[in-house]
Every structure is written in C-alpha cells, then in structure tokens.
Design a protein around this ligand. Sequence first.
Ligand SMILES: NC(=O)c1ccc[n+]([C@@H]2O[C@H](COP(=O)([O-])OP(=O)(O)OC[C@H]3O[C@@H](n4cnc5c(N)ncnc54)[C@H](O)[C@@H]3O)[C@@H](O)[C@H]2O)c1
Length: 276
Amino acid sequence: MGKLDGKVAFITGVARGQGRSHALALAEEGADIIGVDICAQVDTVNYPMSTPDDLAETVKLVEDRGRRIIARLGDVRDLVLLRDVVAEGVADLGRLDIVLANAGIMTHGLDPADRSVQAWDDGIGVILTGTWNTLQATVPALVEGGRGGSIVITSSSAGIKAGWTDTHGGFDSYIAAKFAVVGLMRAYAGRLAEHSIRVNTVHPTGVATPMVVNEFFSAYMQRYPHIAGRSQNALPVPVIEPIDISRAVLYLVSDDGRYVTGTTHVVDAGMTSVAS
Ligand SMILES: NC(=O)c1ccc[n+]([C@@H]2O[C@H](COP(=O)([O-])OP(=O)(O)OC[C@H]3O[C@@H](n4cnc5c(N)ncnc54)[C@H](O)[C@@H]3O)[C@@H](O)[C@H]2O)c1
C-alpha cells in the first residue's frame, strides 16, 4: 500500500530535474500525475532547457511504475492553458489532491548589460506569476473536491538568504521571486486552512539538475565568486540530489505532514543557517 494511493497530483516543470523526480516519487506511492512543461527555450535563459523528448521520458517512467499520467506542453505564464490542462486531467483522472508549483528558470547573465530588463521580466513571469497562475488554476478543483489537499511551492535557499547580487536583472528576479512565493504560500495557507488544504514552500540548496549542472552556470560562478562563496553548504556535500527534495515533498503532501502548513521547509545541508 502506498502513502498516496488513489490521489492525483498536478506538477509544473515535470519534464526533467526535480519535477520528474517528484512525479516518480509520488507515482511510486500510488499517485496519478497531471503534468505540464514548456519544453522549449526561454530567450534569456543561458543554459539548455528541456525538450519534448524529456517530457516523453517522464511519461514512460511514470507508466513503468504502473501509474497514469496526462502530460502536456505549456507555459506556466499562460493561465488559460493551465486551467485547460487541469480540467482535462481532473476529467480523466477523477480528482485533484496535490499541487507542486515547481517550474522555474534562472535568467542570470554574465554580462550586466545583456537583456537585463527582459531577464527580470522573464524570471518574475515564470517563477512568481507562474506560481500564482498555478494556484488560480488548481485551487478551485482542490476546494470543490472537498477532501482537503496539499500544495508545495518550490522556492530556494535564495528565498531564505540573499546577501549579495550581481548587476544583472536575472539574478535579482530569481531572488525577488523566490522570496515572493513565500508570501503567496503564507496567504494561501491562511485562506485554505478551513478547507484542510495545506500550503508550504520547499527551499533546496544547489541540486544536481541541468539548471546548475551546465557550462554557463560554472562560468557564472567563476565570474561572481561572492555568490559562489555565499552558496556553500555546511554539510560536506557540494550539491544534493533531486530525490532529496522529492522525499521532503513526499513528507509534505502525505499524511506524514498532515498538520504541517504555512511553513518554509528548508533542505539545504545547512547552507542558510549554519554556513557562513
Ligand atoms: N537546481 C537547483 O540548484 C535549484 C535550487 C533551488 C531551487 N531550485 C528550483 O527548483 C525548481 C526545479 O528546477 P530544477 O532544478 O529541476 O531545474 P530544471 O531546469 O532541470 O527543471 C525545470 C523544469 O521547469 C520547466 N519550466 C521552466 N520554465 C517553464 C515554464 N514557463 N512553464 C512550464 N515549465 C517550465 C523546464 O522546462 C524544466 O523542465 C525550480 O523552481 C528551481 O528554481 C533549483
């Protein structure tokens, strides 16, 4: 018997990285999945984003685990599309219990003058507006279901600790949006408590996904050693794995976390609280 037998989860950014890992972890506990991913390049992102092949691989891996998945191409900045995907998924899979607002981008730039305003807009659009859109598209189905539910928004260690920035709009947008989603989380935790719908954020330190394991990110950290210096973990691990975040998400969305709401759940190897 799984911890999530009979439940349905909606996940954004499901094609690869943490989103795929969460889909597989939840499927292994019995959940069916509704997923969306842009699977295309955002202009101001300086590392390769996911592809339709990545999304197809997530579909295969969920189905290999004996679970159903409805996966669609789509941008979290498009509220109409998100509503359509949620409606299709709920019609096919019968219900909605869990929401993971996980999609995100880094629009950091090496050159301060390079598309800095556009990078700010794209970062805020995907991370902050995308999270708000995800809430708008899913909360009505959770409330109408009448069975409670759990929402986890992926913030970052950058949504807890921000001691420096470069002079490019991309990094500013990442920090601002990752702090801002904590405000959304608290507001929705309060609003939805009477429906037994819990809302929390998760705050990973560096995770070994294509977002940070790429040539651009290595060059960026060399260019901005202040940021690299402030991003060290206290525990002797340079980066953690997607499954480390999936285990935290599983705790938050299952009955193990049934009275946990309104919290900032940090999984950071001591980065924000212990490391200097
Ligand atoms: N990797 C890290 O070190 C790290 C650390 C802390 C927080 N995070 C956050 O974790 C989350 C997952 O990132 P990841 O590490 O798996 O990176 P990733 O780049 O491997 O995965 C992100 C996924 O989100 C999708 N996505 C991006 N923009 C989208 C949009 N507009 N609409 C729909 N889908 C979109 C991408 O296509 C990709 O499949 C992000 O919110 C990220 O900011 C990452």
